[in-house]
Structure formats: structure tokens, C-alpha cells
Design a protein around this ligand. Sequence first.
Ligand SMILES: O=c1ccn([C@@H]2O[C@H](COP(=O)(O)OP(=O)(O)O[C@H]3O[C@H](CO)[C@@H](O)[C@H](O)[C@H]3O)[C@@H](O)[C@H]2O)c(=O)[nH]1
Ligand SMILES: [Mn+2]
Length: 442
Amino acid sequence: MCAVNTALSVMSYDYPTEKLSVYVSDDGGSKLTVFAFMEAARFAALWLPYCKKNKIVERCPEAYFRSNLSWFPETDQIKMMYENMRDRVEKAVQKGSICHDYIPNEGEGEAFSRWTDGFTPQNHPPVIQVLLESSKDKDNAGHTMPNLVYISRGKSATLPHHFKAGALNVLLRVSGTMTNAPVILTLDADMYSNDPQTPLRVLCYLLDPAMDPKLGYIQFPQLFHGINENDIYGGQLKLEFQIEASGMDGLVGSTYTGTGCFFRRGVFFGGPSKTPELNQDHLVNKSINSKEVLAMAHHVADCNFEKQTKWGTEIGFRYGSLVEDFYTGYMLHCKGWKSIFCNPKRPAFLGNSPINLHSTLNQLMRWSVGLLEVAFCRYSPITFGVKSINPLTGLCYAHYAFWPIWSIPITIYAFVPQLALLNCASIFPKVCPSRRSLASQL
Ligand SMILES: O=c1ccn([C@@H]2O[C@H](COP(=O)(O)OP(=O)(O)O[C@H]3O[C@H](CO)[C@@H](O)[C@H](O)[C@H]3O)[C@@H](O)[C@H]2O)c(=O)[nH]1
Ligand SMILES: [Mn+2]
């Protein structure tokens, strides 16, 4: 349901819906996810006009119904519809299968036939399902709906999938064949839009003629909800996501932090693309549900597509680090692109952060390995970055990349005092009497 809320919150952006397309990537390759998004597509027909008519700012349904919501004549009905949808999805997840009564038409039922017997999350052909098509589907008030497309990229147990970077590159290619919009937002499934005006804010930067044409992306801070007010455990990661990002903004711009970031599509195509359909300027004028477009989309989402191409090295999101966001932003800066850190008063996005020790340790471990992969690769910020971007930004990137090394002095510092105490040893040099009197005088 978290991903459904993410999608609904951006589908209801204050932006012409015929120009808006939401692509959902499901690396788990589950029919339950398709089912959840079919339900979301139906609910969107009610939710979008409700939000727009009543000028609702909180457009993530879960957050809206949880808050002290403003009441309108149709609120109770919408709330009931939302809860019914949530129950159906949660029941299906609990049971692990979808009840036939929940599938209203044959077309939808047919989508599930792609899950054949040999289909596993690690080994399956690509599945792309258009759930809403802007040129055909209308909401309950008769307005156009945005496109909503489900994608589960092809996977093979014998080929590397490159984790999230691999998934993002498939999204980049499939959206290229279907709609090819010049601006792309990447948003994690555990975050949602908290401000429907965000795309307009971004366009102010991108369309400003006075702006540097090298502006490649606009990063919003990662802010989390559900953290106690004073954040006594530092769960907001304020230093990394807000303070340091503002500092780097004074140089060539903030790092890319994986979510809540709007890119110009062009930044991912540093070199000429091999497939003409993926050329960033190509205009798609066929229906996204047409045979040709779907065939091309399936082709570019196949696990064999990237063989012998520059995907992940020179084009698209970069492979080679578990922190693909940090590495991709860094390589874009090395190529000469600039970025902007935009931190509006009302948070543009809100997300979940790990709330127990196990998931925190898991995340820190993943980040540490990923950062060290960048620190010691051939494009290390300390050697390559300081030359390619500028010395100061290179050092900023080095500060992040070598950050896991802090674990060594911190571990020593955590144990030495106790060991010293147990062994009656002093960890500080003895102060001789003359110096002590000097110290006391000082
Ligand atoms: O093989 C994978 C692994 C992850 N994801 C997606 O990646 C997103 C982020 O994963 P999450 O588990 O939320 O990781 P976090 O540690 O919270 O993510 C932070 O760190 C990641 C690595 O640096 C960044 O990509 C994220 O944007 C950033 O929020 C999720 O939406 C996942 O669905 C994939 O699609 N495929
Ligand atoms: Mn996350």
C-alpha cells in the first residue's frame, strides 16, 4: 500500500494530466503488485477530481485520512472507497492470491496470465502493463487521467541485475519508448509527494532563461515523517541530507540522494544513444498501448538488452556501487552537469526511515560498502573528482566516499576507555606537577 500511496500522490500533481506519466517498477515481479495498482487506478478516478476540486494539499491518501482532514460532502464516501481498496489489497497480500470477484473485467484478468509456472522473482521475462492511458481514460469528473504503467523488468539468474540502478535504467528506456518526457522524477516507494505544486517549482528552474544550461537535476531533501519531534536519535540525517547539501549547493550543486530528484532526461545520454527510439528528442505519437510501442518497451526491458552497450557506464544511472545515487550524481558532476538543492518550507516529499536496529544496521552496511566502492574505484573523488569537477567539490565527494572509515576510530574510542578502566591504565599522558599548576593558572 505504501507504493500505491506514492503513485497516487504524484498522479494528483497540479500539472496537466495529459503530460504526466507514472511508471512503477516492481523488482519483486509480483502479481499482487499489479493487482494493487489496478485497484489504485480505479481509486484514482475518484481521488484526483476530489483533490483538485477541493484544493487539497495533502494528496497522499493514507497521510490525508490520518491527518486532521478538512471535511467536504464527499469525504466520507472517498474515505470508505479508500479503506475498501486497502482491505482488498491487504487481504490479497495476506492470502498470497487474488480473489476472482475482485477482478471486474477480462482484460485485467488476462494481465495475470503472464505469471506462468516458471516465473520467479529472479528469472522471468519482462512484464509491462498499461493500467491507465491518458488519451483514453477519464476520471469521474470527465477529466483526462495521467498514464500509469506497471513494469517488472526481465531478470535472469545468470545475468547481473545491478540492483536499483538496473531498475532505474529500465524505467528510463521504457518511458523513452512510451512517452519520452524531457523531465523525470525518481521517487522511492517509501516516500510520497507532500506538495502538489512541486513540478511547477522545478519548471521555474528548468525554464528560466537566465539559468545555467548545464543544470542537470534538482534535488529535494530527504525528510522523514514519524520521527519524534526533537529527533534525539538523529534519524533525520540532517547533516547529510540538509546541511552538507546546502553547502555543496554553493559549489556545483548537491549530490543526488536517490529519491525526490527531478532530472533533465538529457543528462543520462552523455553519448549518442544506439537505439534511435531512445534518442532523447524523439517524440512519441503512438498510443502507449499499441502493439509496436509495447513490443519495443518489452524489448528494452529485457535482461539481455544491455549486453555490449554503454548502459551503466556512460549512459543512464551508473553501475558499480551499491549507492548508485551518490555515484550517478558524482559522475554527472564530473561530466560537467550542475545541480540545485531545493529546500522549500513545506517539504516536497516525505518518507519512511528505518525504525529498528536491524534495518538501520542493514542500511548503514549497504551505504558503507557502496561508498567505499566509489572511494577506491578508478574515478575516486580524491584523484579523479578533484581534477574533473573542482578541488573543493572533489573533496566534498571524498568526504562522503571515505566516511565509512570513521567506523575504525569510533570503534576504538568506544572500547578504549572501558579497557583502560578495567586494567587501571591511563589513556591520557600523565601531567607533571609543574604543568598542572600552569594548567590550573590558565
Ligand atoms: O534491487 C533493487 C533494490 C532497491 N530497489 C528500490 O530502491 C528504493 C530504495 O530502497 P530502500 O530499501 O528504501 O533503501 P534506502 O537505504 O532507504 O535508500 C536510500 O539509499 C539508496 C542507496 O543509496 C538510494 O537509492 C535511495 O534512494 C535512498 O533513499 C526502493 O524503492 C526499492 O524498491 C529496486 O528497485 N531494486
Ligand atoms: Mn528508503
